[in-house]
Design a protein around this ligand. Structure first.
Ligand SMILES: Cc1cc2nc3c(=O)[nH]c(=O)nc-3n(C[C@H](O)[C@H](O)[C@H](O)COP(=O)(O)O)c2cc1C
Length: 413
């Protein structure tokens, strides 16, 4: 499997001087080892002293790995803690972190009063209080999240909102000295805590990144594949805007070989979905993928208020004897670029989008249902609508793995 990172490429990122800072991590049994160790390593690499306080002198954490079959969390790792939770003097530290896993639950069960007192005390003394993933459960138990904006694992969203917090599903949220984040965006967590300590008024290097400050780059980075949409119409002006964004795509000889059909009609979308599901049952079964959940997965997508079917008009393409596919390739490439423009324009207008690549399996049915003439090739279907939930970023291959300088195999340091 190719190496992937969660869009935070540490090889090209930040450097901080935390040598004057003592930071604390608080854990109990079955902590998320990967979260804990990654954040700790980042802080230590920037010179910080990091103490781990635990409910026991030795505690195990679980590891998880992204495998071909999904997440595997069977491996355990035991570590020695630096001091008991009961002995923590919070004034010795500048920040405190609660990692996730089952640790937060166990922490509250075995040392609840000490821990909630510690969190309140930390905030009063001006420490940065950070929690990642399930770690937010410790914060909701303290009563300090009321009126605060926070994130964390979806499992604890209810605890947080019941405690009066505004819950959002994001990589990392900063509200005053409270920093909450999600797994596996460890580097962001480590960076945001470091910057809160070094640049308390804001303006740290991560805020100056072109992907944070330039609206085009921010849109490119923040676009996600959205698969659940609100039942809210995309109005016709907005649809026109999306199609105009498509029209600004480049194309060979400015041919503009794209044709689009926008479909909002629920019955029509439903009919297409039924044909698609029939075909997909065959596809998923032949790939050994269990069918349960597949239907609800796809109905969420087909429920998008707007589907855009993107076709490539092949009727004017002259096929040459030599390099006969080039004209076809160029035409399809142009339609692909137009679709990317639609997805980016959608993001810029607070809409979500999805490239429904698998719909080409029922190209003939779609063409027949929509009355499309011969000579048109379905390039893709885009699902568009206002997102119910935008997924968090998926991992990207590091830049150093996908690029060379000047010639193949060469890398400038
Ligand atoms: C050519 C292509 C085909 C795709 N087909 C599907 C699809 O049939 N169903 C789906 O859910 N996502 C599909 N996707 C979306 C990818 O899964 C998604 O882009 C990728 O996982 C990265 O996630 P992101 O777009 O949120 O960054 C497709 C994307 C591309 C470019």
């Amino acid at each position: 499997m190719r190496t992937r990172v969660w869009w935070e490429d540490s090889k090209e990122q930040h450097d901080y001087d935390l040598s004057d800072f003592r930071l604390l991590i608080v854990i109990a049994e079955d902590f998320d080892y990967v979260e804990m160790i990654n954040i700790k390593k980042h802080w230590e690499s920037w010179g910080a002293t990091v103490d781990v306080a635990g409910t026991e002198p030795e505690l195990f954490g679980h590891l998880w790995r992204l495998t071909e079959k999904g997440f595997d969390r069977s491996e355990r790792k035991t570590i020695r803690t630096d001091l008991p939770v009961a002995d923590v003097k919070i004034a010795d530290y500048r920040a405190v972190l609660f990692p996730g896993g089952d640790s937060p639950k166990n922490l509250l069960e075995t040392a609840g009063e000490k821990v909630t007192g510690l969190v309140k005390n930390a905030l009063e003394k001006g420490l940065v209080v950070a929690a990642v993933s399930h770690g937010g459960a410790v914060l909701s138990a303290t009563g300090i999240v009321a009126g605060r904006k926070v994130t964390g694992h979806k499992d604890i969203a209810r605890n947080l909102t019941d405690a009066g917090a505004e819950y959002v599903h994001e990589v990392c949220v900063i509200d005053g000295n409270l920093i909450t984040g999600n797994s596996p965006y460890f580097e962001t967590m480590a960076v945001k805590v470091a910057e809160k300590l070094l640049y308390p008024k804001g303006g740290g290097p991560s805020e100056k990144s072109p992907f944070a400050t330039n609206p085009v780059l921010k849109t490119i980075k923040d676009r996600r594949s959205v698969r659940r949409f609100l039942d809210k119409e995309v109005d016709s002006e907005t649809v026109k805007t999306l199609l105009r964004a498509a029209a600004w795509a480049p194309s060979a000889d400015n041919e503009q070989p794209w044709m689009f059909i926008t479909v909002k009609d629920k019955a029509k979308k439903q009919n297409i979905m039924e044909s698609f599901m029939n075909r997909m049952t065959e596809y998923y079964e032949s790939h050994g993928i269990p069918m349960q959940n597949i239907r609800s997965f796809w109905s969420g997508i087909f429920d998008a208020p707007l589907l855009i079917f993107a076709f490539c008009d092949m009727r004017n393409i002259e096929i040459e004897q030599e390099g006969e596919n080039i004209q076809i390739d160029w035409a399809v490439q142009a339609v692909t670029l137009a679709c990317q423009n639609i997805m980016l324009a959608a993001k810029a207008l607070n809409l979500g989008s999805l490239w429904m690549g698998l719909t080409v399996f029922i190209e003939d049915t779609i063409k027949q249902m929509l009355g499309v003439p011969d000579g048109m090739r379905l390039v893709t279907t885009l699902a568009i609508g206002y997102p119910i939930l935008e997924p968090l970023p998926r991992p990207r291959r590091p830049i150093v793995d996908v690029s060379f300088d000047e010639s193949w195999g060469e890398r400038a340091e």
